[in-house]
Design a protein. Structure first.
Ligand code: PNS
Length: 159
């Protein structure tokens, strides 16, 4: 049984994240989508809201589990008996930070590998923060996030 963890803030999940989830899910027996709770950036959506939106977006994918974690990612992965961390890589700008984290995670736990999946070019410009900025300014976020959570995001920025 090979289990992988796909961690992130998912504040909120975007179509770019969903694309990585679908592509990683066919590579492993189980993919644990792990929402970070102790993040330095204060999230717009609560942990429960972020988990609920990921669950809605991944309905029908049967080897996905969605949960949250705090503390070190490698400790969470080890507790889940997962020896793979999946990360999406968008552009060169992502690389430096992701490379640093992958090496640090490897230093912390040698038995856990980080695997990078190149983002689909269609979503390479997409980020959760841009989605939030557009939604908060009344712009159209269709095609940027899964249809099933469009209304949840709009509701958040209604007032
Ligand atoms: O979606 P994000 O914001 O890029 O996700 C970043 C995340 C959650 C993967 C990263 O901040 C993380 O792994 N946090 C857990 C704390 C930890 O293990 N820190 C050491 C990493 S080298």
């Amino acid at each position: 049984m090979q289990r992988a963890v796909y961690p992130g803030s998912f504040d909120p999940i975007t179509n770019g994240h969903l694309d990585i989830i679908k592509r990683a899910a066919v590579m492993y027996d189980e993919l644990v989508v792990a929402v970070v709770t102790n993040y330095s950036k204060k999230p717009t959506f609560s942990t429960e809201e972020r988990i609920a939106m990921i669950k809605k977006s991944t309905e029908g994918l049967n080897n996905i589990r969605v949960t949250n974690f705090d503390g070190l990612l490698v400790d969470f992965a080890a507790a889940e008996k997962a020896n793979i961390i999946v990360k999406g890589l968008r552009a060169v700008s992502d690389f430096e930070y992701e490379f640093q984290m992958a090496l640090m995670n490897k230093k912390l736990r040698k038995d856990i590998e980080t695997i990078f999946i190149m983002t689909n070019y269609k979503y390479s410009y997409l980020s959760s923060s841009m989605v939030k900025e557009i939604a908060s300014l009344g712009g159209c976020i269709k095609d940027l996030v899964p249809d099933s959570i469009l209304q949840d995001i709009k509701n958040k920025f209604k007032d």
